[in-house]
Ligand binder design. Structure first.
Ligand SMILES: [Zn+2]
Ligand SMILES: [Zn+2]
Length: 278
């Protein structure tokens, strides 16, 4: 559970000081708090998503990817409760009556947030306080600090949001049916079944692993994505992770040793003349 008390007290102290410099520093502390809120969600979700499958890096975009790929409720407010008594033996999927007959104890509340709103505050704080304006002509003076009234207002708005989120007592990485598979590197990869799309490419959650898989909905299986290449010397087929090839830039070369004869096999990514598409 992320604790934002220190951020909150620092920001409050800086607001009280109320100098141009302290307001600027308060804006920076607000941005750091927003980043911690969003990245903590990501940290908890890392069993379900690889670093390589995140394509955009602003805190807002990260949370939105998590909502789409890991848990639709990752930024929502809800209370989680457990039943006092275990379910009758042998019942796997309880009926509505069985659910209703139980007594529940709340175990915690996740306080949600609107990632777009946090993203706007994050950008607004930087624009007002953390960048100097670009002069439009020779006579424009470049101020040392941004407009203090505007910065104070933005910091106060952000502080309110941070305090609300800090009231949460639980952070969940989601519920719902899971599917899992083991990668050749040994890592167990888990995904929420309800959020998988046919043909979706998922990278192994081990950040040092280059393997990626394509989800095949009809068979509920993950097919390894590889690039096949035949050794010119001994004819043995090599099967290298497709992501290694996809990461190559134009004319960049990589090589590996053939498992059959030890020959070095080189691969390079290069544009070539193509046939008219059929
Ligand atoms: Zn792996
Ligand atoms: Zn060979």
């Amino acid at each position: 559970m992320i604790n934002l008390n220190k951020s909150i007290s620092t920001i409050e102290k800086l607001l009280k000081e109320n100098s141009d410099a302290s307001l600027t520093y308060a804006a920076l502390e607000c941005r750091l708090a927003i980043e911690r809120i969003c990245y903590e969600r990501l940290r908890l979700a890392h069993d379900y998503i690889s670093h390589d499958d995140l394509k955009k890096w602003q805190p807002r975009d990260i949370v939105q990817t998590l909502i789409k790929e890991v848990d639709t409720k990752i930024a929502s407010t809800f209370t989680l409760s457990i039943s006092k008594e275990p379910l009758p033996e042998g019942s796997t999927e309880p009926t509505l009556e069985e659910y209703k007959a139980q007594e529940y104890v709340p175990i915690g509340t996740q306080v949600g947030f609107n990632p777009n709103k946090l993203g706007k505050l994050w950008n607004g704080l930087a624009n007002l306080a953390l960048h100097s304006p670009i002069p439009t002509n020779k006579s424009t003076a470049i101020p040392h600090y941004g407009n203090p009234d505007k910065i104070r207002k933005k910091v106060k708005d952000t502080l309110e949001e941070i305090k609300k989120i800090n009231e949460g007592t639980l952070m969940s990485s989601g519920m719902g049916k899971e599917v899992s598979f083991d990668c050749i590197c040994g890592s167990k990869n888990k995904r929420r079944l309800g959020l998988l799309r046919n043909g979706q490419v998922v990278s192994c959650i081990n950040y040092q692993c280059n393997e990626s898989f394509e989800y095949v909905e009809s068979g509920m299986l993950f097919a390894r994505r590889s690039f096949e290449i035949t050794c010119l010397k001994c004819g043995k087929l090599a099967d290298i992770p497709k992501k290694i090839v996809e990461k190559l830039r134009t004319d960049q070369q990589i090589h590996f040793e053939c498992e059959g004869c030890g020959e070095k096999i080189y691969i390079k990514f290069a544009p070539m003349q193509a046939q008219e598409p059929k």
